[in-house]
Every structure is written in structure tokens, then in C-alpha cells.
Design a protein around this ligand. Structure first.
Ligand code: AFP
Length: 338
């Protein structure tokens, strides 16, 4: 079969009425920026891009050099294209306005420029996660409040994994599709269309070192998985944890599985670990469009009304059956308590 490039696929989506011309170009610009980030990450130590940047971000985290480089690449690429009204990043407290010398568009872009950056120095897969919203009509200088739209209003969501291969996964609400970067040609080529995640799975991902801090329903759920076939679930489960959400989610998009970053006593005051706007919402949209589920342990992530640009939530996502069981245990416990 003749390879289908990303731009060809985008034009097909446009002809199908799924996206408009401006969003077509915006995704092209983001994909091109991610190709530049792939080049930077691939250089590693000989490119002088490893290690700390010596600066901190709004999350109170020490920034890696590649956090800063990736953020700048995405800001620069999206400043002059004319598709954006503003953008927001994990690395910046407030939204970035489009310089007055450039035309403004009708979209808002949110991104985690380099997810899993604590893995970069040890050469484990990292990635970029992005979400696209419509800019409210009549708003010329978008503020944080204009980004606070439920995940159901996303026009597009995607991530790029910088691993052995560079892979882009994308949805516009008409299925989830995968593209692999052909480095010789320099183009993303469609490698899987309309991905479906199996409803059942025997593979879970969670940071087990937090176990003693989890809520009782999470203790119960994971305890039953670990009990295996002699336990109430009657089957053995395997565990994986990369500590790069993009890599853990890509494994689930590829062969199924379930991912948890639950609420625990350590992060309770923050509301969770992972951020709603540029981690939970885009990943929930991608997973749901591939036939999976995504909740906070209590409610559907995409139905959440965000309260802040850097708001954090618990995240349960992946194969439907396991997300439903874990969520049921939490609601049941809440019910028993109320
Ligand atoms: P960094 O970007 O700071 O490495 O955090 C990665 C992340 O946000 C997400 O990608 C992982 O799933 C999660 O944090 C890993 O958390 P732990 O460090 O608690 O395992």
C-alpha cells in the first residue's frame, strides 16, 4: 500500500469535514516542531542538551535543558503561523500571546513540551503532549480563563513519543491514528488508522512506591491484581512503569493495559500529580477515541470543568474493563462513607 503522509491524511480529514484549513495547518506546524525536538533529544550528551537548565518552572520543578529547548521550539514555531490566538505550556505560568506583528488565529494550543523529562538523562523515552481548543469568539488577548474549557470541547489532541522510533498519535474526535517519522524523508507516515484498545487487559501501570499513601479503594484494587489467579480476579496481572506518561500511554495504545496516577496522601493537597489541561485531557480524548476509558477514579476526565491552567487530577485510563472496576471501587467506598 502507498504510504500516506501526515499532510495527505490531514487533507483527507478536511475533505471529510472533520477539521478546517486553520487546524490542518496548526497540526502541521506542531508536527514540524516535534521533528525539531526529536533531533535535539536524539543528540543526547554530544549535543550538550542533557542535565539541568539551572532554572525552575511554575510547578516548582527544576527544568531540564531539553524542557526549555522544547518549549522554545514550540513557541517559536507557533508564533508566526497565523493559526493561534495564544498558547499555554507546562513550563510557563501564564498563556503566551501571539506577537502583534503576526496574524492571530482562532485556536488555543496547550502543551507539555517534554513529558517525562526526569528520564531524559537516562535515555528513556520522553514525549510532547498537546491539546487544541477553540478561542472564544471576540477574545483577542486570551487569558487563562479562556483556556478553562472541558475536555469534551477539544478540537484535537496528540502526543509524540521520542523513543527508538519517533511516533505521533492524533485524534480529531473521529478515531485515533498513529504516524511514524520516516527520518530519511523527514515525514510522518500513517502507520495505524482507527486504533482500538482491547477492553480487557492483564497489564497495569502505577508507581508502586506510593502504595502506602493510596486511598483504601486503590489499595483494594491493586491488592486484587497482585493476588493474581488465586485471588478474587482469578487471573494473573503483569506490571510496567516507565514514569513517562507518553511512553506508558503509547504501550496501552499499542497493546492495551491500564494506567493509574491516583490521589494519595502525599499529593492530596495538590489534587493529584498529573495536569488536566495538557496531560489528562489530551490523553483521555486519545484513549476514548480508541475505545478505552479515562476517569479521575470518580468521574469522566473529559467532563471536568477545569478551574486552573495548571490544575492537577487523579488519572485512571486505558482498557475499559479495568478503569470501570477501579472507578467502581472508589465510588462504592464513597457511597459506603456517605
Ligand atoms: P516529569 O516530566 O517531571 O519527568 O514527570 C513525568 C510525569 O508527569 C508523567 O509523565 C509520569 O507518568 C509521572 O510524572 C511520573 O511520576 P513518578 O515520578 O511519581 O513516577
Amino acid at each position: 500500500m502507498k504510504p500516506i503522509s501526515l499532510i495527505q491524511f490531514l487533507i483527507e480529514e478536511r475533505r471529510a469535514g472533520h477539521i478546517n484549513a486553520e487546524l490542518t495547518l496548526l497540526i502541521e506546524v506542531v508536527a514540524r516542531a516535534c521533528k525539531r525536538i526529536a533531533v535535539a533529544t536524539n543528540k543526547g550528551a554530544i549535543g550538550g542538551v542533557l542535565g539541568e537548565a539551572g532554572t525552575g518552572n511554575i510547578q516548582g520543578e527544576a527544568q531540564k535543558k531539553l524542557d526549555v529547548i522544547s518549549n522554545e521550539i514550540l513557541l517559536e514555531a507557533n508564533a508566526w503561523g497565523g493559526q493561534l490566538a495564544a498558547c499555554a505550556s507546562e513550563e510557563m505560568e501564564d498563556p503566551q500571546q501571539i506577537p502583534d506583528m503576526y496574524p492571530k488565529g482562532h485556536h488555543l494550543l496547550l502543551f507539555d513540551p517534554l513529558d517525562g523529562s526526569s528520564n531524559i538523562d537516562v535515555n528513556i523515552s520522553v514525549g510532547t503532549i498537546f491539546s487544541v481548543l477553540r478561542c472564544p469568539d471576540g477574545v483577542t488577548e486570551p487569558k487563562a480563563e479562556h483556556f478553562l474549557q472541558p475536555g469534551t470541547t477539544q478540537l484535537a489532541a496528540g502526543y509524540v513519543v521520542y523513543g527508538p522510533a519517533t511516533v505521533l498519535v492524533l485524534t480529531f474526535g473521529h478515531g485515533t491514528h498513529e504516524f511514524t517519522l520516516d527520518r530519511e524523508v523527514g515525514s510522518f507516515i500513517l502507520s495505524r488508522r482507527d486504533i482500538r484498545i482491547p477492553e480487557e487487559t492483564a497489564e497495569f501501570a502505577i508507581n508502586m512506591s506510593n502504595q502506602r499513601h493510596w486511598e483504601p479503594p486503590m489499595q483494594r484494587y491493586i491488592g486484587e491484581l497482585l493476588a493474581g489467579q488465586d485471588g478474587p480476579r482469578g487471573k494473573d496481572f503483569n506490571m510496567r512503569w516507565v514514569a513517562s506518561m507518553v511512553a506508558d500511554v503509547h504501550r496501552i495504545i499499542t497493546r492495551g493495559g491500564v494506567f493509574f496516577y491516583p490521589l494519595d496522601a502525599k499529593i492530596k493537597s495538590k489534587g493529584g500529580k498529573l495536569r488536566v489541561m495538557y496531560e489528562a485531557n489530551p490523553m483521555a480524548f486519545i484513549i476514548e477515541q480508541a475505545g478505552g476509558s479515562a476517569t479521575t477514579g470518580r468521574e469522566r476526565i473529559l467532563d471536568l470543568q477545569p478551574t486552573g491552567l495548571h490544575q492537577r487530577v487523579p488519572v485512571f485510563l486505558g482498557s475499559k474493563k479495568e478503569v470501570e472496576v477501579a472507578t467502581h471501587y472508589h465510588l462504592e467506598a464513597d457511597g459506603a462513607r456517605s
